[in-house]
Structures are given as structure tokens and as C-alpha cells.
Design a protein around this ligand. Structure first.
Ligand code: UDP
Ligand code: MG
Length: 313
């Protein structure tokens, strides 16, 4: 199978038939074999009924339904598990992403050798203030921290080699950082393609302003987990040692002063409080490091790594 199209959706009943028909048209015109995996993330409208109907009409349409709303990341993750195509495309269900981009995206993966290609909504059709400005800022920070030169990390329209999506786990709200997850998993050839973005035709957006705060918290976690997830002590230990050591220097200075001058009042000096804080902070960080190590060591994923090739074993 050439392509799996994975579509997470929450209350998008009106869009689904149109979207599937459009994808079908594009695939048939290009002679591609494909499947469409619709992942219903706990919709409360008629979305699942529509999916059931579509599935009986077309064998290339498949449906997965969640018990309740778990979020876009969970929906993508479940779709990825089911995907069988050589190239996996993700897109939003609300007709804001154009299926016309699929053949070109696939070409970049198959012929130009990219591991993944991310769409770039260069011209956006969302309300300017609410989305575009925070989004520019968010992308700039992510670009700097991850060193991946993309303009639009959160674009729903993306294409992957199958092995990329089979090697990563998208959880929480990490769908914004799939390029970062892919990079940590060792897939470095990440490309970008300007894609057409369209106004939302039916329904309403599912993400509010909290997306930006959550987004940054997730970015902080992902950078930390990627770098220190398997060796937390190297992070906490470093800062703990540093803090403890500086605290110790202050203490020594205070003790020496006391010996030199017995009248020296220890407890009303700034140095006393600084020493106290730094010593406490240092030992706290150390404890956090040890706890982190224990968790990392007991984790089922302590030894998870990907072997790309083997010869003679
Ligand atoms: N979505 C989902 N689960 C959620 C929220 C959203 O599956 O909890 C889907 C939604 O149905 C759509 C896609 O994720 O297909 C993108 O959502 P939306 O269009 O609301 O985001 P926006 O385009 O406003 O960034
Ligand atoms: Mg949308």
C-alpha cells in the first residue's frame, strides 16, 4: 500500500464525507493505493455514524473510536499504530488542509528521501490576533530550542516514512512536537513544504488560548526528557552540586569570620541566608536526581533504543 491517511477528529460530522471524497479523487487521479484511517476522538455529534456509513461504502476507509475525548495526540498515536502504508499522511478533518498536497508530499518522501515533511501554512486563514502572532512566537522558540528549521511545527498536514511513525510515541499534547520526537528518534531528514490552508468550512476550532501555555510546558518537558530522560542525575546532580558547593563556601566564610571575631553576628547577615538556601536547594536537587534515577531505572523503557540494521547476527 502506498499511502495511509490518518485523520484525528472531534465533532466534525459535516466535513467527513466531503473530505473522504476529495481524498479518493486525488488518489485515483494519481493511481495510488491507500487507506484512510478516521480516528474519532470521542465525538458527541454524529461523526461516528458518518464513519460507519463511510466504512460500509468503501473498503479503503477504516474507523477507530475512542470511549471519550483523549486529545489529538492520542488519536494520532492510535492511527499510527494501525497505519500500513509505505508513506503516512496526517491531516485535520475540518477541510482546512487540502488533499491536493498529498501526491507532492509523498514524492518528497519517496523520491527526495525525506524521513518526514511538514506542511507550512504560509498564508493562514485563522483570526490574525488570536492565532497567528502567538503562533509565530511559538514556532520561533521551538525552532531555536530544537534546532529544526521549520516554520510551522503545529501544521496538521504532514507526511512520514512508515518507520518514523512506528518509532515514536505521541502522547499528552505532543502532536505539536512530532518533528522534535522524530529528531530525537534519529530521523534527521526533516523537510518542509508550503501548503494551501483554507478557512474552516464547518464546525468550530477545538483549541483555545491555553494551547500556547500548554505548548510551552510541553516543549520544556520534551527538551528535558529528550536530553536527560535516561540520566536525570546528570541534570539534577550538576545543579545540586553547584548549589551545595557555593552554599558550603558561604558557610566556611561565616565560620571563619566567627572564629576570627567572636562578636561577629552570624544570623543577621545576607551570607547566612544565602548559605542556608543554597545548601537546602542543593540537597533537594540531589534528592530529585536520585528519585529520577530510580524511576528511570524501573521504567519499562529504560533500554528502549532503535536498531536500524544488523549484519551477520
Ligand atoms: N481534534 C481531535 N481531538 C481534540 C481536538 C481536536 O481529534 O481533542 C482534531 C479536530 O477534529 C481537527 C484537528 O484535530 O481534525 C485540528 O483541530 P482544530 O481544527 O480545532 O484546530 P485548529 O485548526 O483550530 O488549530
Ligand atoms: Mg482546523
Amino acid at each position: 500500500m502506498n499511502i495511509s491517511v490518518v485523520i484525528p477528529l472531534l465533532n466534525e460530522e459535516e466535513s467527513l464525507p466531503e473530505l473522504c471524497a476529495w481524498i479518493q479523487r486525488v488518489m485515483d487521479e494519481n493511481g495510488l493505493s491507500y487507506e484512510i484511517i478516521l480516528v474519532d476522538d470521542g465525538s458527541t455529534d454524529q461523526s461516528w455514524c458518518v464513519i460507519e456509513q463511510l466504512c460500509t461504502l468503501h473498503s479503503f476507509i477504516k474507523g477507530i473510536k475512542f470511549q471519550r475525548n483523549y486529545g489529538k495526540s492520542a488519536a494520532l498515536n492510535e492511527g499510527f499504530k494501525a497505519a500500513q502504508g509505505e508513506v503516512v499522511i496526517t491531516m485535520d478533518a475540518d477541510l482546512q488542509d487540502s488533499p491536493n498536497e498529498i501526491p507532492e508530499l509523498r514524492k518528497m518522501i519517496v523520491e527526495e528521501g525525506y524521513d518526514m515533511v511538514s506542511g507550512w501554512k504560509k498564508k493562514r486563514y485563522d483570526s490574525t490576533l488570536a492565532k497567528n502572532i502567538p503562533s509565530k512566537f511559538f514556532n520561533a522558540v521551538t525552532r531555536r530550542m530544537s534546532k529544526i528549521p521549520l516554520h510551522d511545527f503545529n501544521c496538521g498536514l504532514k507526511a512520514y516514512k512508515r518507520k518514523v511513525i512506528k518509532s515514536i510515541e505521541v502522547y499528552g499534547e505532543m502532536h505539536r512536537y512530532i518533528p522534535v520526537l522524530a529528531k530525537w528518534a534519529g530521523f534527521k531528514r526533516i523537510g518542509e513544504k508550503v501548503v494551501e490552508h483554507r478557512p474552516r468550512k464547518y464546525g468550530v476550532t477545538k483549541f483555545g488560548w491555553e494551547r500556547f501555555i500548554n505548548g510551552f510546558l510541553d516543549l520544556a518537558s520534551i527538551m528535558f526528557v529528550g536530553r536527560f530522560g535516561k540520566r536525570p542525575m546528570h541534570f539534577f546532580g550538576l545543579w545540586g552540586t553547584l548549589s551545595f558547593f557555593i552554599g558550603l563556601l558561604f558557610s566556611v566564610y561565616l565560620i571563619v569570620s566567627k572564629f576570627v571575631d567572636p562578636e561577629y553576628a552570624l544570623t543577621n547577615r545576607p551570607a547566612f541566608f544565602i548559605a542556608l538556601t543554597l545548601l537546602l536547594l542543593g540537597s533537594q536537587l540531589f534528592l530529585a536526581g536520585f528519585t529520577g534515577e530510580l524511576i528511570a531505572r524501573n521504567s519499562a523503557e529504560r533500554n528502549s533504543y532503535l536498531v536500524e540494521k544488523k549484519l551477520g547476527v
